[in-house]
Design a protein around this ligand. Sequence first.
Ligand code: ASP
Length: 330
Amino acid sequence: MTGNGAPKPHALRVARPADRVDNGFYGQDIISVRQFSREKLSYIFDVADEMETLVRRFGSADLLSGKVLANLFYEPSTRTASSFMAAMLRLGGSVIPINEVRYSSVSKGESLPDTVRTLECYADIIVLRHPEVGSAQIAADYASKPIINAGDGVGEHPTQALLDLYTIQRELGRLDGLKVAMVGDLKYGRTVHSLTKLLSLYNVDFYFVSPDILKMPPELVADVRARGHRAEEVEDVHEVIADADVLYVTRVQKERFHDLAQYERVKDYYIIDPELMRLAKREMIVMHPLPRVGEISYAVDQDPRAAYFRQMENGMFIRMALLAAVLGKA
Ligand code: ASP
């Protein structure tokens, strides 16, 4: 625990209005993908489908009018911050954007608990990105309003994993029976940590493809195997490319390296290019949480199997669904 003062008990949560929908998400923090069951996922995916229809037909709605979201980002973000913002605005709500917290009180030494307790005076829900593992849980312990984890260091990125899973389901029409290869920085990449946990709810085989120094945390590999999945760790992407249904590529997370020389040695370890794509199945998809640095060549963008831009678009529908669900309106 950091900060001062005792955490607020969750019994102090906002009073539930009579018109709220009891969906199992109302008033809840979204901290980890471990909170999700297959049923809860399919509920959120159904709502996301409806959100897409809403956006395509009308652009926006007034479902969350009068609600305010505080978007509190201690680390840079393009997609997560702007898609949460767009999601809230399209549902008729408003946003307080606080980006790369430098000029606000945190840079004057204010603790995370005090910052979230301040923001919840003005907002109904807080989306938080922070460089430390466990920070979202700490914020949730102190806040009485819901906290959504938008990435806690190398820990988790649950909303990214939801949109990743939603994308796989949409693109391939199923989640069971797939072979998923995760490629790149599996040590520091929080998106692959969350996605692996979510996928282990389904009948999926894993290939973890990385250089030796960027391997998936051993406890996560052990957990996946204990749940009965096949999980193979390999270094050469050529060994798995022909077998994979999903190739989930990640950026080497430069900001997590203490030794930049080590980063330089592994940063271009994998480059997905048209030549490699020729070895892949016709029905496979290439995903990436973005931003990419050089690990997928631009020439792959024209390939219909390149799903990363569709994946990015799905993020807004998923975040609309989550906001509506947590605020009791889905
Ligand atoms: N945007 C993703 C994240 O925040 C992936 C990345 O930064 O490489 O984790």
